[in-house]
Write a protein that binds this ligand. Sequence first.
Ligand SMILES: C[S@@+](CC[C@H](N)C(=O)[O-])C[C@H]1O[C@@H](n2cnc3c(N)ncnc32)[C@H](O)[C@@H]1O
Length: 353
Amino acid sequence: VPSPMEGHGVYNQDSQVQAAGASPGLAFFEEAAATATLPSPPQRIGIADYGCAEGRNSLAPIASAIAALRRRDDDACPIVVVHTDLPGNDWTVLFDTLAHDPGSYLRGSVNVFASAVGLSFYNQILPPESVTLGWSAWSVQWLSRTPAAIPDQVQVAASRNPEARAAFTRQAAEDWIAFLRSRAQELRAGGQLVIVTMALDERGDFGYGVLLHALYETLEEMVASGFIQAEEKRRMVIPTVGRSRDDFLAPFAQTGTFAQLSMERIEIFAGEDRIWNDFQHDGDAQRFGARWAAFSRASVFQSLASALDGGLSDPRAGAFVSKLEARLAARLAIDPRPTNIPLARLRIVKNGG
Ligand SMILES: C[S@@+](CC[C@H](N)C(=O)[O-])C[C@H]1O[C@@H](n2cnc3c(N)ncnc32)[C@H](O)[C@@H]1O
């Protein structure tokens, strides 16, 4: 089971790559808010945010959806926003962000209420037909479980092991179906779901090549120095996948719909490589390395640390994370390169509205 993002505000602080990557999804989400079938007052409009982490990156999309909805209903329906994530997510930071961040959609809004559910989105977690709009950014690439060890890497896309690759492909297909089925139960007829997630680009590339290579080499170096055991490294896996356009469309292929859902729009695109763009301007290689290492730390180091003999409470866990970050940053600073960031944006509609 994947570990949540690093807590205590670290994810909020070091997730600008995700914020930039998801921004093309906002246009789809506004489109969804402008065209979804709305309930009549006094019924509620439900907005669900699947995989919220500490919430900062959800504020802008939810705020723009609320603005688009309010152009249609004049504050008449209460809007209930439900942020969802894994049980171990840092919920304290999420609620603090909703209450205090200057960009919070709660500021100045009328008849809008926030809440949260700490359960896996691979099951139905909200009442039937309660969701008018769903948003999910950078989350459905996380599998429900690690289906196999990866003997030669920590990310399956960089592995040459056929058994590992096949096991991840199977799990990715099963999880995509489970995700869609669960959302189909929660969406009301005419409700819409917008997803931005990691993808395989049209050449089949998952991207992040230099970063993944540097990460694995750094872990090997930590084994050689005796800080971690070879067996611990062997267990380290980032349970994420990139899906191709065909993978996203597979459940819809036979009849054009799946569980009353239709794929209204799908686009594979390259996420903005803001860290490289900034490096082009400032030429600061140390900063370049530090920013990619911070991105990795906030999103995947908890999953790696959970493979230590004592799991996340191993006495070395804190030092493992900080050493890995520092060494990865130094390695990346030697020869800065652009990063391919393949993403997909999808707009899915529940039929019958
Ligand atoms: C990279 S963060 C994305 C956070 C935010 N949406 C953004 O755009 O920056 C991915 C989130 O998905 C959550 N996640 C992974 N698997 C999940 C599952 N099965 N159910 C619910 N949340 C999950 C993780 O815990 C994490 O908080």
